[in-house]
Design a protein around this ligand. Sequence first.
Ligand code: FNR
Length: 365
Amino acid sequence: MPVERVLSLDEMQAAAESILSDRSRDYYAAGALDSYTREANRTAFHKCRLLPRVMRDVSSVSPQTTIFGQPSALPIYISPASNALLGHPEGELNLTRGAARTGLVQGISAASSFSLTDILDERDRLKEDESPYDLALAYQVYVQTERSRTEVLVKEAVERGVQALLLTADTNVLGCRETTDRIKGVTGNVSPGARMGPFTEYPAYHDAKQCWADLPWLKRLAGDIPIYLKGVCTIEDVRLARDHGLAGCILSNHGGRQLDQARTAFDSLRAIHDEDPELLKQIDIYIDGGIRRGTDVLLALAYGAKGVGLGRPFLWAQTAYGEQGVIRAVRIMESEIVMAMRLLGITRIDQINASMAECIQEVWR
Ligand code: FNR
């Protein structure tokens, strides 16, 4: 199917899965244990409804905003996700090119198939192109058992001018994804990460000792670059992140790949909105997980998110069509977001607020 005939992110998934090997398809799709949380990430949005206002001039609409302090064409960003090479020979470079051409922020996984150096080189090369946007990058950090390895990577990211660091906090040990294990014939309980076998090697990537006391060390390395804590679920941890002087939190359950039965990011956001709305003014909150439609994005923004991340959709998009797939996925989201804004009766992202949504099912308590 030609790329321009793909009309939704679900169709993008279907296009990718029709060409992926079983192993790679399952690696991208995998959720932990029974995938309850992965599924709930999508259905969480079904519990709320939007409340459109009518009789307003919506002839001119701008979905522009800032993400991690950087200008962004849309209130979405590319969530850092590993092993893009499983889908396409150009792997993460497709994401870099697609983000540069559409004005999105790209999150770079610490477990990318291409090295950080390769991705930064590609960004520099694109700067010399006529790309209409300055590409902003957010480097995702795994605190490794061997801290000096993390230091080398963070120093490179900082020296070469990435705009933000995303410290992943929900992966002190790797979640149990049986589909991925089964393909590799792994059984039994092995050390954290050793399950990954032929994929990017993880063992050293996850230090079970990672804790709040590591933050001063990372902040020293980061200098002026803001740090966002990724993988937060509870209001208590958001408060701790604020108290530790972090720029923000990404409410996330790692696409349902870590703790099955963990609460969805959207429900965590609504819990904060209900219990302590002031907190949303004290620290920037982003969410990811299961976001596939422009209306999902607007619901998240209505409850106070600054922006949202999409993980699998961009892996699928680059799998199916390389850079063009990434651009198409962004265009699909752009048209859905702009359409939803118009139908809601708003013309700018900062007009979205909680009066535009209601919850019809309080199942999260
Ligand atoms: C991820 N995610 C992830 N997160 C992270 O901090 N570092 C990583 O290396 C990865 N790798 C990764 C691989 C794959 C295949 C997936 C699907 C996800 C999690 C990712 O950043 C994000 O939290 C989720 O993907 C969001 O959920 P959706 O959009 O995939 O539903």
